[in-house]
Design a protein around this ligand. Structure first.
Ligand SMILES: Cc1cc2nc3c(=O)[nH]c(=O)nc-3n(C[C@H](O)[C@H](O)[C@H](O)COP(=O)(O)OP(=O)(O)OC[C@H]3O[C@@H](n4cnc5c(N)ncnc54)[C@H](O)[C@@H]3O)c2cc1C
Length: 302
């Protein structure tokens, strides 16, 4: 790891920090320590760092805002790469070219205020653009896939290629990125011009609705499970009498049963315990399999 740090310093490839707690890297605010976190300055620097990492068989993982990741309590002897510095944006009328590190909430609010429709669903999603493209983030039956035209990625051979939307295999909270080891560099989005006041009202309305129905006052990573077809995971969990069920410092939220919150210094194992419990009880009572929307990282069995 020291030699990677030396390379980053010598070639001025980015900023880095050693021994960073996953409490600072995830919105659950739980987990062990990452040996090294690197923020490359640009795509060229990212490629150099990745080439070094791959040649030297160092473990690595791309993190956006960590808002969909439960990192285990174990330390991670690898590199977390954050693309925070890849945050350029070009807005040309209704067309946007935006790099993966750009703050997704800001993008949604910024475009809506300009009177462009298509990203109203994203006002309360604390993602990076890269994370949103990866997850096909969405809400209110809309998702980012409806406005994506193409995406620039870095493939496993360190080639930058452009993929059109039809190649991204978008589905409900799923995309081709879940099956590949690619890095999302830039997204090209296309919005529609619409009535500015109506868009702003809609965003505000949804914001209030989230405040009312979601436990935003506690750390979480949003919805734990995908909704089974025609059903709500939260309702199924609630009907198993698990709303408010507490384990260690974690709780199945009493406001929204598809949220697990870090209520009081929870560990990631506390949260993982509740995830398994909810899944088991729903299977037992309804014979329905719940599938996680959130990703477990560094548990050793993902
Ligand atoms: C309060 C709250 C509310 C939420 N509400 C919603 C909601 O309404 N709808 C919804 O869809 N989600 C919601 N989420 C979940 C989360 O915000 C989304 O899943 C989001 O898309 C994750 O983005 P991120 O940047 O945090 O990605 P991370 O959580 O950091 O990463 C998620 C995955 O994407 C990969 N990844 C990230 N960036 C890149 C990249 N550049 N290239 C390749 N892979 C990458 C990571 O490796 C990881 O596998 C919510 C979360 C919270 C905390």
């Amino acid at each position: 790891m020291k030699s990677l740090i030396n390379l980053i310093k010598k070639e001025n490839l980015g900023t880095y920090k050693e021994n960073v707690s996953f409490k600072k890297l995830t919105t659950y605010k739980t987990g062990g320590t990452a040996r090294l976190v690197v923020l490359p300055y640009n795509t060229g620097a990212l490629i150099k760092i990745l080439k070094y990492i791959k040649t030297n068989n160092i473990k690595y993982k791309i993190f956006g805002n960590g808002s969909n990741i439960l990192a285990s309590d174990k330390d991670y002897n690898g590199v977390i790469i954050k693309l925070t510095n890849l945050n350029n944006i070009i807005i040309n009328d209704n067309k946007i070219e935006v790099e993966a590190g750009y703050n997704f909430t800001n993008l949604c609010n910024q475009m809506s205020k300009k009177g462009y429709s298509g990203l109203e669903f994203g006002g309360g999603i604390p993602a990076t653009v890269g994370g949103a493209i990866y997850m096909n983030a969405g809400a209110y039956l809309e998702s980012i896939s409806s406005v994506v035209e193409k995406v620039d990625i870095l493939d496993e051979n360190m080639q930058i290629i452009t993929l059109s939307k039809s190649e991204l295999q978008y589905g409900y909270r799923s995309s081709i990125f879940m099956k590949k080891n690619w890095i999302i560099l830039k997204a090209y989005l296309k919005l529609k011009k619409y009535n500015k006041e109506e868009i702003i009202d809609l965003i505000e309305d949804r914001k209030q609705r989230r405040i009312k129905t979601q436990p935003l006052e506690y750390p979480s990573a949003g919805s734990v499970f995908r909704n089974p077809k025609g059903m709500y995971a939260g309702k199924l969990i609630e009907d198993c009498n698990l709303k408010g069920f507490t384990y260690g410092g974690a709780q199945i939220s009493d406001k929204h049963a598809n949220f697990i919150i870090n209520k009081n210094n929870a560990t990631s194992s506390d949260i993982a315990y509740l995830m398994n419990l909810a899944k088991e009880k729903v299977k037992e009572k309804y014979n329905i399999d719940l599938y996680r929307e959130q990703e477990l990282f560094n548990f050793g069995d993902e």
